[in-house]
Design a protein around this ligand. Structure first.
Ligand SMILES: NC(=O)c1ccc[n+]([C@@H]2O[C@H](COP(=O)([O-])OP(=O)(O)OC[C@H]3O[C@@H](n4cnc5c(N)ncnc54)[C@H](O)[C@@H]3O)[C@@H](O)[C@H]2O)c1
Length: 254
């Protein structure tokens, strides 16, 4: 029996088969879950990628900046499953001016977009799914270590610092619904989101060297395993936590 046997899981953020969310959806199915996906923008692409999963899941449209789509999400998900036990937020976006070393010149409108899509949406998604989580469950988001300033990551780093805080406040307010809220802080992975960061190579070169366990920039499975574990019954008393899945790099100075 898998660790998600009988659980109903909503996974956002599948774009390609290199997406962290793709690995989460695949592992969740392999561990016994029923999975529903949401996709943003290029839905036909997401539907094509979804066919590569062990079972083809339904794909619903969700732009986290679209209030109507958020307001109707529970009803639309409810057409496929009778509730949710887990929700995965694997969403991030920042305009080009907010990345790549332009920190001092990024206009507020672009910072606002980065924060709305990458930070505030964690709350929006959790609240949109709340009507389906009557028996409690788990919400998991994808983080990149925001405890320090990195080269080129710029306002996305600020957005991730906000995500870490948002996760703790969500944990505070959703605990009474028996909902756990946690983040997986992953090391750098070569996904579409990462490729859109000018200068991402700087992470690629140093991370495997800094990590006591080494780090494979193309392997999304370790981060996905942590997401699946956090949605299982094996973390029943953990909430407001950040689990680092980064080869151990966060623990090492220099
Ligand atoms: N790749 C890395 O190095 C890395 C490391 C740590 C954390 N993360 C985080 O993992 C998460 C997933 O990113 P990924 O690396 O798998 O890249 P990805 O490009 O595969 O996924 C990003 C997803 O965000 C979605 N998205 C963007 N704007 C959206 C919107 N308005 N509404 C709904 N969805 C929207 C995209 O459609 C895409 O599916 C992000 O939060 C990212 O910051 C990535």
């Amino acid at each position: 029996m898998g660790i998600l046997e009988g659980k109903r899981i909503l996974v956002t953020g599948v774009l390609t088969d290199a997406s962290i969310a793709f690995s989460v959806a695949k592992l969740a199915q392999e561990e016994g879950a029923t999975v529903v996906l949401t996709g943003f923008g290029r839905l036909s692409l997401v539907e094509r990628i979804a066919k590569r999963l062990p079972q083809t899941p339904p794909v619903l449209e969700l732009d986290v900046a679209d209030t109507d789509q958020l307001d109707t999400l529970a009803a639309r998900v409810g057409e496929h499953v009778d509730g949710l036990d887990g929700v995965v937020h694997s969403i991030g976006f920042a305009p080009q001016s907010a990345l790549g070393g332009n920190f001092l010149n990024t206009p507020w409108e672009d910072v606002a977009t980065a924060l709305q899509i990458s930070t505030y949406s964690f709350k929006s998604l959790a609240v949109a799914c709340l009507p389906l989580m009557k028996e409690g469950g788990a919400v998991v988001g994808l983080d990149f270590d925001a405890s320090r300033a990195w080269p080129v990551y710029d306002w996305m780093g600020v957005a991730k610092a906000g995500l870490e805080s948002c996760s703790r406040y969500l944990a505070r307010d959703l605990g009474k619904h028996n909902i756990r809220v946690n983040l997986v802080s992953a090391g750098p992975l070569r996904t579409m989101a990462a490729k859109s960061i000018p200068g991402f190579k700087e992470f690629e070169e140093s991370w495997p060297e800094r990590s006591p366990l080494g780090w494979d920039l193309t392997d999304t499975v370790p981060a996905a395993k942590a997401c699946v574990a956090l949605m299982s019954d094996w973390f029943p008393a953990t909430t407001g936590e950040i689990v680092h899945v980064d080869g151990g790099a966060h623990a090492i100075g220099g």
